[in-house]
Design a protein around this ligand. Sequence first.
Ligand SMILES: C[S@@+](CC[C@H](N)C(=O)[O-])C[C@H]1O[C@@H](n2cnc3c(N)ncnc32)[C@H](O)[C@@H]1O
Length: 231
Amino acid sequence: MPPHPSRPALDTLDEVLAYIERIPERMCAPPQPRFLHDLSAGLQGRGAVVELGTHAGKSTIALAHAQRSRPDGRPVHTVDLVEHPRLAEHLAATGLTDWVVQTQARSSTVAHGWSGPIELLWIDADHSARGLLSDLRLWTPHVVGGGVVAVHDYPGFHGADQKARAVRRFLLARPDRWRVISDREAGSIFAVERLPPAAPPSLLRRSLGRARWAAHSARFVVSEALDLRRG
Ligand SMILES: C[S@@+](CC[C@H](N)C(=O)[O-])C[C@H]1O[C@@H](n2cnc3c(N)ncnc32)[C@H](O)[C@@H]1O
């Protein structure tokens, strides 16, 4: 049975997940909405939640419901080329209209104007390898240390297609920068966490290093001098 627009706003996670399941679109099937909800619920309030690809709002609802349940929750920014005719109805039915900021534009266009930190980036827009690579290039620089990038319909680590290659080239080739959280554990979602930049050595550490080097050099000079005296 399709969701009914006049239902009151839904409150519990189970109600919201059940609503999402009744939206008659094939995308974002269980367990993906719960996985996205949990990612959104686990954030630390260090940046925005950004979704590329809204469509009927199945993932939007999961992400936004988690934010609404948090004391420091923020609206979800979602970007799509077009507005789905039933999106507004779904957001109203789940009581999430005020928790979603919609932008109708190409994701690359929005990226060029974006300036704030992002803590969760959910990429589900242009599914071509080229489109994915463009979204990764333009959006991931905004993701904060400890933030998450999740990609939909990823074919897996060993996938031979262009999309898998794009992910391998951009994310998996930088283990110093990205840590894999999920390789399609939740449906076909691949997710990585941005590692915080390695901290430069502190002043104390640098001073200790210099002192150790000076002591080592002094010992060397003394032992050389003693050797010379001994003949
Ligand atoms: C798979 S659907 C998104 C599904 C949605 N996340 C959900 O869970 O229901 C992909 C959407 O991305 C949009 N899209 C495709 N290319 C895009 C682009 N370059 N910029 C913004 N949106 C794009 C399409 O219009 C489509 O609505």
